[in-house]
Design a protein around this ligand. Structure first.
Ligand SMILES: Cc1cc2nc3c(=O)[nH]c(=O)nc-3n(C[C@H](O)[C@H](O)[C@H](O)COP(=O)(O)OP(=O)(O)OC[C@H]3O[C@@H](n4cnc5c(N)ncnc54)[C@H](O)[C@@H]3O)c2cc1C
Length: 216
């Protein structure tokens, strides 16, 4: 897929949690991407990576779900409807749908899973999807209502873990081998995907390797 720099116009900015916004953009040129890929958002010659949260199914549309952590993300939060920005991409590996999919994600690492879910809905794909989603507190969970609604379908199961809040119905603490094995009966049937901070990705990939699971 060709990597290019294109202009995109903000059509909406939606508050998702106390420190996360969804940025919805109309791409002003042809632009292709696959679920699981990311783009560089470019503002005043500075660029930073953000995963694509939307499905490629909607033509010339792209959505990012962004957590404010520092200067660059603050600048993104200050953008307004109709502002035009530049994005470069697509970058990174695409998610494949020839197996059942398991995701272990933390914080804004939920975005590739959102893209995969949106794509499955567009294409009416019926892969089994299992996810463990880690956050500090319940109020940090992005799209909890949508994810819970989806989990009413037989092919989608999600487990939340909170690292700084002990709450009924939620696991407590960082992701462990036992937590994974408690919630998934047949882990070897899935292709495992991990998205989050570099540290979290390293820890979880080590666990998955110890369990001899196939990691994307
Ligand atoms: C491939 C990829 C995809 C990403 N997708 C998303 C996404 O969909 N949504 C989103 O909100 N963020 C995503 N990020 C992280 C995002 O790029 C950073 O949050 C952003 O660059 C921070 O810029 P800043 O200037 O606002 O903060 P900085 O001043 O650069 O950082 C502020 C704080 O955040 C920490 N931080 C910065 N980058 C990361 C990171 N990658 N992981 C963990 N901690 C970090 C820093 O250590 C520091 O403590 C992604 C990162 C990568 C590599």
């Amino acid at each position: 897929m060709v990597i290019k720099e294109v202009k995109a116009k903000i059509i909406d900015i939606v508050n998702e949690t106390h420190n996360v916004k969804a940025i919805k953009l109309k791409i002003l040129e042809d632009f292709e991407f696959k679920p699981g890929q990311y783009c560089m958002i470019i503002l005043n010659e500075t660029q930073k990576p953000f995963s694509i949260a939307s499905s490629p199914g909607k033509k010339r549309y792209i959505e990012f779900v962004i957590k404010e952590v520092g200067e660059f993300t603050r600048k993104i939060f200050n953008l307004k409807k109709d502002d035009v920005i530049k994005i470069k991409g697509p970058l990174g590996k695409e998610i494949k749908f020839d197996k059942d999919l398991a995701f272990i994600v933390a914080g804004s690492g939920i975005t590739p899973l959102l893209s995969a879910i949106n794509f499955m809905q567009d294409k009416n794909l019926k892969n089994n999807v299992f996810a463990i989603y880690s956050n500090r507190t319940k109020e940090d969970i992005i799209h909890e209502d949508k994810l819970n609604e989806l989990s009413k379908n037989d092919n989608f199961k999600i487990v939340y873990t909170l690292t700084r809040e002990n709450k009924e119905g939620y696991e407590f603490g960082h992701i462990t081998k036992n937590m994974i094995l408690k919630h998934v009966e047949n882990p070897k049937d899935f292709l495992w995907h991990v998205y989050g901070s570099p540290e979290m990705i390293g820890d979880v990939r080590t666990i998955l390797k110890e369990l001899e699971l196939e990691v994307f």
